[in-house]
Design a protein around this ligand. Structure first.
Ligand SMILES: O=C(O)CCC(=O)C(=O)O
Length: 277
């Protein structure tokens, strides 16, 4: 499907350091400056723009998710292109490369299965873009244990005014704190946290990112992003994974609904391969 030249795109991802892994495991997030080399960013951005348009004006979904629309509250946060790698061989070689597998499995502390990739483009406030509310990712997933994680790669420079993500350090150890998407009262995770946890909240500094810089966060870590106050879309590419031996809980989820997964068994399905390392 892909050529030898294409498959080298994964080589553009550097190794994580032990200090970065330690920071991730202690805080539930870490920064990975210069994770992806510029040449690969250009290729990725060009392939996303070919589908979404130069200004990300078109939303795209591939694979299983294409059957179900994203909830309106989620659509307000970004214009997205879900599961790009399922149909794009070059993006597949990037997201499912051993180098990407090593980043995710070293942070997770063991083998991981792919959950999926996506482009998330936060539109400027002037084009109806909003903030990303404080939330956890994990409460939406059909996993019997914690440990799923996300690598978030800036495809363009993301200065503070463009809305880089912020994390609540240590909150990956606080357990699930509720589902925010779907609430109708406008409250987010920070609003509904019990007071004893709110007293412990320590928010990561708001640091601008250069194109190619990345963060990794545990999907239990509470995180958010301010609105994009610039006049340019904030292009980001994400890849998610979860511990390979996680068992399926049967919780409804558009990514797993109707796949025929067996309750209380590993998510052994072509959509969720164990990532090579
Ligand atoms: O890009 C953002 O503003 C937030 C992304 C996010 O919540 C995630 O990748 O889990």
């Amino acid at each position: 499907m892909s050529t030898a030249t294409d498959s080298r795109i994964g080589d553009a991802i550097r190794e994580v350091t032990q200090a970065e892994v330690d920071h991730y495991q202690r805080n539930g997030w870490t920064r990975l400056p210069g994770l992806v080399k510029p040449q690969a960013l250009e290729v990725i951005l060009a392939r996303l723009k070919a589908k979404m348009g130069q200004d990300a004006e078109v939303e795209v979904a591939s694979g299983h998710e294409a059957k179900t629309a994203r909830p309106p509250q989620a659509r307000a946060l970004f214009n997205s292109y879900e599961n790009c790698a399922r149909t794009d061989p070059v993006l597949h070689d990037f997201a499912y490369s051993p180098a990407m597998g090593r980043v995710l499995s070293r942070c997770a502390g063991g083998p991981v299965r792919a959950w999926g990739d996506a482009a998330y483009v936060k539109m400027p406030v002037s084009r109806a873009g909003g903030k990303t509310p404080w939330h956890q990712d994990w409460p939406y997933y059909p996993f019997d244990r914690a440990g799923s994680l996300t690598v978030w790669i800036a495809l363009v420079d993301v200065p503070p005014e463009m809305g880089p993500m912020r994390f609540v350090s240590g909150s990956h150890l606080w357990g699930p704190q509720g589902r925010v998407v779907g609430r109708t009262d406008g409250k987010d995770t920070m609003d509904i946290l019990p007071q004893f946890l709110r007293d412990k909240v320590e928010i990561s500094p708001e640091v601008g990112m250069k194109a190619g810089d990345a963060t990794v966060h545990d999907d239990m870590t509470i995180h958010s992003a301010p609105p994009n106050q610039t006049d340019k879309p904030r292009w980001a590419y994400t890849m998610q994974a979860f511990p390979a031996d996680t068992l399926f809980t049967g919780c409804p989820q558009r990514r797993t609904d109707d796949l025929g997964l067996a309750l209380n068994q590993p998510l052994e399905h072509a959509n969720f391969p164990v990532l090579p390392t």
